[in-house]
Design a protein around this ligand. Structure first.
Ligand code: NAD
Length: 308
């Protein structure tokens, strides 16, 4: 996609600045960024720049509209400018891999990267979508350890969640997906999860509604990572009615727009106490990346208030 903006610096609404800003955005500022397309509506700059400001860190996070055709150039620029790192989003999560020096084990299994860390010229690719999802559950006192989980979807959100849950000690993960372009690649990822962890992971046809329903009934965690629930499918839920769920389970939707999906409404009708939208995952993946770059914890409660 072509960026239709020109290079004019446009006015913005700034809140909270009460006087001259010194010691920030100066000769010592360390640059981070996001390489994605489309990009202009990303919440990542808001999250990271507010976290830098809150913690008094001299970092700046900017958005760069980059597609796969220019991702190699963007990585060269990252090296040349000695950026501390970058986030990578669609459509670059796989395309960036050949330009990096190494991958962490979770990114290796996923075959996708959303965070790059630059250690004195050595670029490592990580995936923080799954660890971010897990972190958001843990922050609310939930965990996957020893649990059975049903996961709907086998795409860019689902696979990192499966990998993080398996590495985090889940006993069993039953992935359900339709027979689409994700089916064959998902088979390979499931095999890699079974090879690398003690979790029993399986890929099952979503077309078998009875098996899907039965699996949810036997699970402590149900996560929908399909995008069903988001416009134009905002009037749809793969869980058809509250009787499919039980009160003491966790129900997690990766969708965050709208904040309350049809699945979440059904879960509340079923009396499920732990119901989450995808906002925790968004902030969680940012917090995991922030920690990799800075060694510090993002002030997540503060950031959640800003992006909620
Ligand atoms: P994707 O296209 O890579 O994968 C979507 C998966 O859902 C596919 O496996 C597909 O088979 C399945 N699917 C789609 N429609 C379906 C239907 N009608 N019935 C059954 N299965 C269906 O997409 P993705 O990148 O994995 O994103 C999925 C969702 O997760 C989106 O809503 C996206 O916004 C959200 N997401 C959230 C975060 C976050 O941080 N909260 C991060 C990434 C993605």
């Amino acid at each position: 996609m072509t960026d239709e903006r020109n290079n004019d610096i446009l006015p913005v609404k700034i809140s909270g600045v009460t006087g001259p800003v010194t010691g920030w955005l100066d000769g010592h500022t360390i640059l981070l960024g996001l390489f994605a397309d489309p990009i202009r509506h990303s919440v990542s700059p808001t999250m990271h720049n507010n976290a830098f400001a809150k913690l008094g860190l001299n970092g700046a996070y900017l958005c760069f509209e980059i597609g796969p055709d220019r991702i190699g150039d963007a990585v060269s620029a990252l090296r040349t400018l000695d950026m501390r790192g970058a986030n990578v989003s669609m459509p670059n999560k796989q395309a960036i891999i050949p330009y990096l020096d190494k991958l962490d084990p979770a990114a290796e299994i996923c075959g996708a990267v959303n965070t790059v860390v630059n250690e004195h010229g050595l670029l490592t690719g990580y995936t923080t979508d799954g660890t971010g999802w897990l972190r958001s559950l843990k922050e609310d006192g939930q965990d996957v350890k020893g649990k059975v989980m049903t996961l709907a979807g086998a795409g860019g959100a689902a696979i990192p969640i499966a990998v993080a849950a398996a590495m985090g000690g889940a006993r069993e993960i039953r992935i359900f997906n339709i027979h689409d372009r994700n089916w064959e690649p998902a088979k390979e990822k499931v095999a890699a999860i079974n090879e690398a962890t003690s979790c029993v992971c399986s890929l099952n046809p979503m077309e078998d509604k009875e098996a899907f329903k039965q699996s949810i009934a036997e699970s402590a965690i149900y996560c929908d990572a399909t995008g069903v629930g988001m416009p134009p499918l905002d009037d749809m839920s793969l869980v058809e009615d509250p009787s499919w769920l039980h009160e003491d389970m966790v129900v997690s939707d990766t969708v965050y727009e709208p904040r309350e999906t049809k699945l979440m409404r059904i879960a509340r009708q079923a009396g499920v106490k732990h119901v989450y939208n995808g906002l925790g995952m968004v902030v969680g993946q940012g917090a995991e990346a922030f920690k990799l770059w800075t060694g510090q914890e993002m002030p997540v409660e503060y950031i959640k208030e800003i992006v909620a």
